[in-house]
Ligand binder design. Structure first.
Ligand SMILES: NC(=O)c1ccc[n+]([C@@H]2O[C@H](COP(=O)([O-])OP(=O)(O)OC[C@H]3O[C@@H](n4cnc5c(N)ncnc54)[C@H](O)[C@@H]3O)[C@@H](O)[C@H]2O)c1
Length: 391
């Protein structure tokens, strides 16, 4: 076979911003045939399907119907994080491969159920953490593995959004729900990316997590304020004793030079690495201010195609699905693809542990100092005897 017959589950903002380009305008489009789409939100469903001539009998309000009625090889599950599990497990049980935008799942329990379903079915899951395909992260990961820097000791990662993302008074609103920042946190939205990028480089298991959260700036906004966190620091201790601080927030002044100000410093026994992720070498000085642009992520080419690591990460996962379906993937490669590290399992662990740390923490002057969460205990609480599969 030379094409994956794809069903798209969820046609919200990530499809609008990233995946419509992957499906129809990237170098990977020739590998994909979008056969059907499902979304209970009729407006989102029709906007996508009208644009790409997906016929009325291939539009579903219910993904279960789509999986039962349409001949597919794979689905892409673009639903909110807390709703990744059910469509993924059903699709795997029906013999389909599954692509998921990051993260694998919101909870450890969901992530485990999805991994178990994939192993039961013999099919594949791929998770689109786009930073894994960022050439700077890839280069550092390769050099770290080659021993160029020695052993990882300590790191700080920053990812800070402009406040227009989180301000419920700002128009146009970034999130569909004005309560998004109360129902979510910088941990679920931002820490997830940086934790995954760090794990990609060092491939170490986390052993304990403690978070601190500041709820000061969003609380002061007018006329609408928010009870959500402005800023979170997640301290992760790894199995070797290495320590990382992942500092994320969404309250930088709107004059920031980039929508997301992000960088990292890693200190190892034989070297130090600085990653200026928000300074990819394209600075604009224009009437509105000075801005850093990132053409490495998404690049609109003169011929109408779209390239960049935002396309390459999911595109290369689909190439693997195709190779597996054509019998060209060895058992060893399948094993690597389905390892907990590759699936982003420990990223979900860090984020859930950080949220649990804050929930059990003590609040003073708008600052919550979380408790220390032991990862082994957390995994045993969530997964019982199956925890040993990840320890
Ligand atoms: N790769 C990235 O950097 C990146 C960026 C943004 C979002 N994401 C991830 O993509 C996923 C979707 O995020 P989004 O920003 O598009 O959210 P969104 O809320 O804009 O869209 C989600 C869509 O899923 C639909 N949906 C909900 N339940 C459904 C169901 N049972 N069946 C079918 N559709 C259903 C909703 O109606 C909505 O249209 C999340 O997991 C998010 O974390 C990844």
């Amino acid at each position: 076979m030379d094409k994956i017959r794809l069903g798209v589950i969820g046609t919200g903002s990530v499809v609008r911003e990233i995946y419509q380009h992957l499906y129809y305008r990237s170098e990977y489009s020739r590998l994909l045939s979008v056969e059907a789409a499902a979304d209970p939100n009729t407006k989102a469903l029709n906007e996508f399907c009208d644009q790409y001539n997906i016929p009325a009998d291939r539009r579903f309000s219910n993904y279960e119907e789509m999986i039962k009625r349409v001949q597919l090889d794979a689905v892409q599950v673009n639903t909110p994080d807390s709703l990744h599990r059910a469509p993924t497990v059903m699709a795997l049980d029906h013999g389909l491969d599954v692509m998921i935008p990051k993260p694998l799942a919101e909870s450890i329990t969901d992530a485990h159920a999805m991994i178990e379903a994939a192993n039961r079915s013999g099919r594949l899951i791929g998770v689109d953490f786009h930073k894994r395909e960022d050439p700077r992260i890839k280069e550092v990961a390769t050099r770290y593995r080659s021993g160029a820097y020695g052993q990882f000791q300590c790191a700080v990662w920053y990812m800070l959004d402009k406040i227009c993302i989180a301000d419920p008074n700002y128009q146009p609103a970034y999130f569909a729900s004005p309560r998004f920042c109360e129902e979510n946190s910088p941990i679920t939205f931002l820490t997830v990316h940086m934790a995954d990028a760090l794990l990609r480089i060092v491939s170490l298991r986390p052993v304990s997590v403690r978070a601190t959260g500041w709820a000061q700036k969003l609380a002061s906004l007018k006329p609408l304020s928010s009870t959500g966190y402005d800023l979170c620091d997640t301290e992760v201790v790894f199995e070797t004793g290495a320590v990382a601080h992942i500092i994320t927030g969404w309250h930088l002044p709107n004059t920031a030079y980039s929508m997301t100000v992000q960088s990292s410093r890693l200190i190892c026994t034989d070297g130090m690495i600085d990653l200026g992720i928000d300074t990819p070498g394209c600075r604009e000085i224009v009437a509105d201010g000075i801005f850093e642009r990132n053409p490495l992520f998404r690049n609109f080419e003169p011929d109408g195609t779209v390239s960049g690591y935002g396309m390459d990460r999911p595109g290369r996962i689909y190439q693997k699905f195709l190779r597996a379906r054509n019998g060209e993937m060895s058992a060893e490669e399948r094993g690597e693809l389905m390892s907990p590290f590759e699936l982003g399992f420990y990223t979900t662990v860090i984020c859930e542990a950080a949220e649990s740390s804050l929930k059990a923490g003590a609040k003073h002057n708008g600052v919550t100092r979380g408790v220390e969460i032991d990862v082994k205990t957390l995994l045993r609480e969530r997964l019982g005897a199956d925890a040993s599969k990840y320890l």
